[in-house]
Ligand binder design. Structure first.
Ligand SMILES: Nc1nc2c(ncn2[C@@H]2O[C@H](COP(=O)(O)OP(=O)(O)OP(=O)(O)O)[C@@H](O)[C@H]2O)c(=O)[nH]1
Ligand SMILES: [Mg+2]
Length: 462
């Protein structure tokens, strides 16, 4: 990958728009733009004040033909996105004007940028680290306000600081251990060994805390998959419709109405929910319904969260106990529906059967009573510690998670080797490995392959 040439690309989405931006970065970008730009007052890009905007036209230098009326911004190195000289040309947002402008720029000697190359240059030139570069992509792609917040925190260097601090602590231990390599006759004293093991444990705990945030943040990125289950006719489809505030699933008073899994998307306090209404669970002969029940059971297995519904206007049946049995190892919320009708059993008797007595709540899917409490319970079910941790740093990226896991494994191996009095070199190798794995996250240690994989996910122009 060369970085001494000048790159250009259309940085806005292709299609009709109020404006569209062609961006250049590299040491010749001002000169190249100058060749195709003219200002009515004969001002030049070379002499304009950085961060000011200049009005003019793009023209074809060979024919003199005017292509578009534009506003141009110049950002001089190192105060730009890439730390190189950057020129942004604000054209009118049409495909032809943008393409023609880009074409002229390329003819003047710029090269079409690869996907993510502007951001890659920002990384190579040291303006941002790798985790920040990835945060830019997350920010562009964020679907909810919460994922936007997490990406911005990462972009501002929250994760980088955390990783750097962990690496510094690890490095101190590593230096300490490596000191013994030069003096092979010395063994690490027992007191020092204990200190080292203690420090490693301490770092290990902090790494684990960081790792834990991934599982919770995952829900914000990928959505929390939630299955509504229960015996037939308890009001599963009615609940789905009430949560969606639309008439999505068929509701009748006949048991066995829903046969297939119905999947919809819902947003609860910024948490994207993939919610599934399922067929009522019961023992049946009918082939279609039997298949429906099989799918319901599969949904339970695959769901992050199960909402188990019971009809409190009728006595509990064997089928209800079957449902309780099926979900006892899942994260689940028990919901007593039809609370607009008289209760057929007491809360106490129900509590003595249900898996988590504290998590049962009353609703009426038809009147809407209790729905807000249910939403609150859904949010809290998988994100108990989220409220505290959300203020801090969160790991959202699978690449980061894998590196952190590898770093932790090496650290554990180092600690084990130390306890077993293994040769100092082995301990040092594991510690170095742990350091390198953490270093991969911020790009302190990286390979061309990792970079290619990351930046190929970007669009051209970013
Ligand atoms: N009074 C009252 N009736 C309800 C409530 N929720 C659902 N129902 C009624 O219960 C019946 C069954 O509702 P559904 O939503 O179809 O039940 P289901 O669990 O999806 O049933 P299957 O798809 O057959 O498994 C319908 O007649 C609904 O109108 C409620 O909160 N109060
Ligand atoms: Mg149904």
């Amino acid at each position: 990958m060369f970085t001494d040439d000048t790159i250009a690309a259309i940085s806005t989405p292709l299609g009709e728009g109020g404006i569209g931006i062609v961006r250049l970065s590299g040491k010749n970008s001002i000169e190249i733009a100058e060749n195709i730009f003219s200002s009515p007052k004969k001002r030049t890009l070379q002499n304009m004040k950085p961060y000011s905007v200049i009005y003019g036209h793009i023209h074809n230098p060979s024919t003199g033909e005017k292509i578009d009326e534009v506003l141009v911004t110049v950002m001089k190195s190192p105060h730009s996105y890439t730390k190189e000289d950057v020129v942004e040309i604000n054209c009118h947002g049409g495909m032809i004007t943008l393409r023609k402008t880009l074409e002229l720029i390329l003819r003047q000697g710029a090269r079409l940028a690869d996907p993510g190359e502007f951001t890659r240059r920002a990384f190579i030139n040291g303006r941002i680290d790798l985790s920040q570069a990835e945060a830019i992509l997350d920010l562009i792609r964020s679907k909810t306000d919460e994922s936007r917040r997490i990406a911005l925190e990462q972009l501002h260097g929250g994760l980088s600081e955390k990783i750097t601090a962990l690496r510094d602590r690890l490095m101190a231990i590593c230096v300490n251990v490596e000191a013994y390599i030069d003096f092979p006759e010395d063994e690490i004293e027992t007191a020092s060994t204990q200190d080292l093991v203690f420090s490693m444990k301490d770092i290990g705990r902090d790494i684990e805390t960081l790792l834990k945030t991934y599982d919770e943040a995952k829900f914000f990125r990928e959505g929390l998959s939630t299955a509504i289950v229960g015996r037939p006719n308890v009001g599963k489809s009615s609940l789905l419709n009430a949560l969606l505030q639309k008439d999505r699933a068929i509701v009748t008073d006949l048991p066995g109405t829903t046969r297939d899994v119905i999947e919809e998307y819902l947003n609860i306090k910024g948490l994207p929910l993939r919610i599934m209404d399922t067929a009522g669970i019961r023992d049946v002969k009918d082939i279609a319904e039997k298949e429906g029940v099989r799918r319901s059971l599969r949904s339970i297995e695959n769901a992050d969260l199960v909402i188990a519904i019971f009809d409190q206007s009728e006595p509990l049946r064997d089928e209800d106990f079957e449902v309780m049995e099926r979900i006892k190892n899942k994260t689940a919320i028990a919901v007593l529906n039809k609370c607009d009708l008289p209760a057929a059993f007491s809360q106490e008797s129900f509590s003595s059967f249900i898996f988590h007595p504290s998590s049962s709540l009353h609703i009426s899917a038809t009147s809407g009573n209790g729905l807000e409490e249910l939403k609150e319970a859904i949010f809290n079910s998988c994100l108990k510690d989220w409220k505290e941790e959300r203020e801090g740093v969160v790991v959202t990226n699978l690449r980061h998670k894998t590196s952190i896991e590898n770093a932790l494994e090496s650290l554990h191996r180092a600690s084990q080797a130390l306890k077993e009095n293994q040769p100092v070199e082995i301990i040092a190798i594991e510690l170095r490995q742990s350091l390198d794995k953490l270093g991969e996250i911020v790009g302190a240690v990286t390979t061309e392959d990792i970079l290619n994989r990351i930046f190929s996910d970007f669009c051209i122009g970013k």
